[in-house]
Design a protein around this ligand. Structure first.
Ligand code: SAM
Length: 251
């Protein structure tokens, strides 16, 4: 598969060891790319499968890995304030909102935190590589509270159009890539690979418009603290130190 990334086409291949061969075949087919090619040179991204471990490296060996049990990206947060966390307030935890639709799972950091806070989360991700990493991470995690997470591979715009009225959701959460500088929760090398993989989310306003058609209590968009609103009409902003959560519907 050729992956669109920042306007360029970048190639990927899968490299699996003997223990990871059956997963290797599955994901190479899904990504529509070669498995264990004789030369790695043409491939900007290399998707490694070593037994149960999956990770991506770019040509410069920068690493991207999703493992909810390793906690290298703060997947299990200690000392959180439960319903007092601003993300929980924004999503209406105190008003009884429990079922959240995350339209931008990414590395799963927010989704996992929301699940840890007691929300039942359904997530949507459109990057095939991230979807592959996420679905394996959810499959192998030892964390019981993540077992009921529902992950979908789709463009959220299509998902919203097709599923409106079909699934029960209290609040919608959306964290599209911000085109300019954004303080990231990812370390630098992961951020470079991540940005290269997902590119820009230029359709974010369109996705938000579609989300606002759903009969939910909250639609919440995460933004850098000083960024403009994704669309006008924010009813309340819940502000942290570096990000804010703009709430569009308060039911
Ligand atoms: C800024 S990241 C989200 C980070 C995420 N909140 C986390 O905690 O890891 C944006 C992610 O949303 C995904 N995304 C953006 N727009 C999307 C859409 N319309 N459909 C599906 N996924 C989308 C991108 O592919 C990217 O992985």
């Amino acid at each position: 598969m050729s992956l669109v990334s920042s306007g360029e086409l970048k190639q990927i291949c899968v490299i699996a060891d003997d223990a990871g061969m059956s997963k290797g075949q599955q994901w190479a087919q899904f990504l529509n790319c070669p498995l264990n090619p004789s030369s790695l040179d043409p491939y900007y991204f290399r998707f490694y499968i070593e037994g149960e471990r999956l990770y991506v490296r770019d040509q410069d060996k920068r690493l991207l890995e999703i493992d909810f049990d390793k906690n290298h990206l703060d997947y299990e947060r200690k000392g959180h304030r439960g319903k007092q966390e601003i993300i929980a307030k924004a999503l209406g935890a105190a008003k009884g909102c429990k079922k959240v639709l995350d339209l931008s799972v990414g590395m799963g950091i927010d989704s996992v935190f929301l699940t840890q806070l007691g929300f039942q989360v359904t997530g949507v991700e459109r990057s095939p590589v991230l979807y592959a990493l996420l679905s394996e991470a959810f499959a192998k995690t030892q964390k019981e509270y993540l077992k009921s997470y529902k992950l979908h591979f789709a463009n959220s715009l299509d998902f919203l159009r097709e599923q409106n009225g079909k699934i029960e959701i209290d609040s919608i959460y959306f964290d599209p890539m911000y085109p300019h500088k954004k303080k990231s929760s990812l370390p630098k090398q992961e951020m470079v690979v991540f940005r290269d993989l997902v590119g820009h989310d230029d359709d974010a306003a369109e996705v938000l418009k579609e989300a606002l058609k759903w009969p939910v209590k909250r639609v919440v968009v995460k933004r850098p603290i000083h960024a403009e609103q994704l669309l006008p009409g924010v009813i309340h902003s819940f502000e942290g130190k570096v990000v804010r959560y703009d709430s569009y519907v308060v039911g």
